[in-house]
Design a protein around this ligand. Structure first.
Ligand code: SAM
Ligand code: SF4
Length: 456
């Protein structure tokens, strides 16, 4: 995940790819939600490019406008509906413009969308991206074109995503999810679990290394459930580490139940695998974990954290927490608060429960008011901010390796990058270039950033 906001709010991220050709058709894509959606946007461009489409950053220049969407929480969907309405003016100004909705929300709400946004030209689910060029080649019709069939075999293994510039490449290694946690819409909108063949992934990463990418981030809804025949996720990590040019390997999101000893061993022994892990907990109460059907107990999770911390010195940990799940009482919430205080995550993405139609929990009465959920959320955000700031302060005076990503937002003239623990560091450059690994001495910190002194 990119920067580390403590409250993860799905936001519109415009692809930072440059439109170059003059005679091609231009596609503008806004991405909502998680890293997997950002990777899917790169995939969509990879599918469209051979058909004469180039990405543009400017909506005014677009022949095709796509919103690549998220269905995880209601708020994300509301934002998309609002944005769709705003974009109708583009269609009014340029009648030839095609407006489409892709991704999880398209899959989740195809019927509702046609009702609420009848001006849409295209509605495409996550397994239907290949149909996009053919649909765009059809004549503009009054009725939207819909393609939402889920396909158990679709991994897009043969499509080369068109990636943005930078030092980090996201690579989707598996799609879908078989876990069916009771709160989560993912298995319904992204379908069942399937993995990209190991050899294909290693070929892709070799090309990325040749292109100058220094870091790969493997993506999957339960990324450590990756499997190709005899090969598991640990094999993928260790084989990737053997590729010259790739300096760092990360992955997100592993599921605690799939965190095998083999993966821990590889994390402990492969120096290229970053000492950073995003390990979603969701709740500190066994009663809630059971109702969420997460497949682990708090004791299992805590033992896993202890094992990981013993095996990987300096491991940074982040997590996902949901507050206000149906039936979460004061003691359950206190348990979540207490375990966060005990584990002391480096950072956390914290969410209010959002009922998702189609999931098991959707049928259960919500037992907390919106105000109570907000209050609980605020309580753990305050706790986590304090812990993050305390952990970061411990780095003061230490020297840490930073992969340079580009100019810092502030102060002007400084550079920004990530440490091996995936913390943002800013420092006064000193001649370092994009992609360099530099040693930075930490002079001061905030809850989210390490502020360094020049030391190339
Ligand atoms: N697969 C990962 C796991 O379970 O370990 C998480 C992927 S999910 C796309 C990202 C996060 O969104 C979840 O960990 C959960 O905290 C949050 N989330 C999912 N469904 C939610 C819901 N209905 N309401 C609030 N948060 C939700
Ligand atoms: Fe959703 Fe659970 Fe699958 Fe994560 S593991 S994507 S929370 S169903």
């Amino acid at each position: 995940m990119s920067t580390q906001p403590l409250l993860w709010v799905p936001g519109a991220v415009t692809t930072n790819l440059r439109a170059i050709a003059m005679n091609t058709r231009k596609v503008y894509i806004e991405t909502y939600g998680c890293q997997m959606n950002l990777a899917d946007t790169e995939l969509l461009i990879g599918i469209l490019k051979p058909h004469g489409y180039e990405p543009t950053k400017t909506v005014d220049h677009a022949d095709v406008i796509l919103l690549n969407t998220c269905a995880i929480r209601e708020r994300a969907e509301e934002r998309v509906l609002k944005r769709l309405q705003e974009l109708t003016y583009q269609k009014a100004r340029h009648p030839g413009v095609r407006l489409g909705l892709t991704g999880c929300m398209a899959q989740h709400h195809r019927d509702l969308l046609l009702d609420k946004a009848p001006y849409l030209d295209l509605v495409l689910g996550p397994d239907a991206y290949r149909t996009l060029p053919a649909l765009l080649a059809q004549e503009d019709k009054d009725e939207p074109l819909i393609s939402v069939r889920l396909d158990r075999g679709e991994t897009y293994a043969d499509v080369t995503p068109v990636r943005g510039e930078g030092v980090r490449a996201w690579v989707t290694v598996m799609r879908g999810c078989d876990k069916f946690c009771t709160f989560c819409i993912v298995p319904y909108v992204r379908g069942r679990e399937r993995s990209v063949p190991l050899a294909t992934l290693l070929d892709q990463v070799r090309v990325l290394a040749d292109q100058g990418y220094k870091e790969v981030v493997y993506l999957g809804q339960t990324v450590n459930a990756y499997r190709d025949g005899e090969h598991d996720f640990a094999d993928l990590l260790s084989r990737t580490a053997a590729i010259d040019g790739i300096e760092r390997i990360r992955f997100t999101s592993p599921h605690p139940s799939d965190m095998s000893e083999h993966v821990i061993e590889v994390m402990a022994t492969c120096t290229k695998v970053a000492p950073y892990l995003h390990l979603p907990l969701q709740s500190g109460s066994n009663r809630v974990l059971e109702r969420m059907e997460r497949g682990y107990t708090l004791e299992h999770y805590v033992a896993l954290v202890e094992r990981l911390r013993a095996a990987v010195p300096g491991l940074a940990l982040s997590t996902d927490i949901i507050v206000g799940f149906p039936g979460e009482d004061a003691a359950d919430f206190q348990a979540t608060h207490d375990v966060m205080a005990t584990i002391r995550y480096d950072s956390a993405f914290m969410f209010k429960y959002s009922a998702r139609e189609g999931t098991k929990a959707y049928k259960w009465n919500e037992t907390l008011s919106e105000e109570e959920k907000v209050q609980r959320l605020q309580t753990i955000i305050t706790l986590q901010e304090r812990i993050s700031a305390e952990i970061n302060r411990q780095a003061i005076g230490q020297t840490t390796e930073v992969l340079v990503e580009g100019p810092a937002k502030r102060p002007q003239g400084w550079l920004s990058g990530k440490t091996r623990q995936f913390k943002t560091a800013v420092f006064p450059g000193g001649g370092a270039q994009l992609g360099d690994l530099v040693s930075v001495r930490v002079a001061s910190t905030t809850a989210h950033t390490l502020i360094g002194e020049a030391s190339v």
